[in-house]
Ligand binder design. Structure first.
Ligand SMILES: Cc1cc2nc3c(=O)[nH]c(=O)nc-3n(C[C@H](O)[C@H](O)[C@H](O)COP(=O)(O)O)c2cc1C
Length: 140
């Protein structure tokens, strides 16, 4: 049997705002790596905040998340969700990307102000996933 899959959702803050060029080069290397690793997902960027969903084989995602955690380009990495999954939700995306200037994630600010509230974390993760699923379904 192949290794179980897992999904991780986290939020973080860019250490300094990314320029368009910096975002592009981040995405190019991320997509290259993820294709090699068998990782899929979606990254959202909103005024210096990142939200990312990663999915793939358990060990790979766990190791990748550790590398992402120690990446100096962002800080305050805060895990919202980490769970086993039966199938990928973003299987066609080595890393989808959206800038979200207009949309916001309901409950996000409240959650950031109450980081120990597990229920708020679960709710915010599901709001973020709903938004990302929506983007993933809008091809092209
Ligand atoms: C917001 C953000 C998201 C990232 N997402 C990924 C990713 O999905 N896959 C990946 O390989 N690297 C990702 N990276 C880059 C990693 O942190 C790291 O630079 C990369 O895996 C190379 O690691 P290495 O320098 O230890 O070889 C991300 C970085 C940031 C700041």
């Amino acid at each position: 049997m192949s290794e179980p899959l897992m999904q991780v959702v986290y939020v973080s803050c860019a250490t300094k705002p990314f320029t368009e060029g910096e975002l592009e080069s981040l995405l190019t290397s991320v997509r290259f790596n993820n294709q090699r690793l068998g990782v899929t997902g979606m990254l959202l960027y909103r005024e210096g905040d990142f939200i990312q969903v990663l999915e793939g084989p358990e060990t790979t995602v766990t190791e990748l998340f550790q590398r992402i955690l120690s990446d100096a380009r962002h800080s305050g990495v805060f895990e919202l969700l980490s769970k086993p999954i039966n199938q990928r939700e973003f299987g066609e995306w080595s890393m989808g990307f959206r800038r979200i200037d207009q949309q916001h994630i309901p409950g996000y600010t409240k959650m950031m102000n109450n980081p120990d509230d597990q229920q708020l974390k679960v709710e915010t993760a599901s709001q973020a996933l709903a938004l990302m699923r929506n983007f993933a379904s809008m091809k092209g």
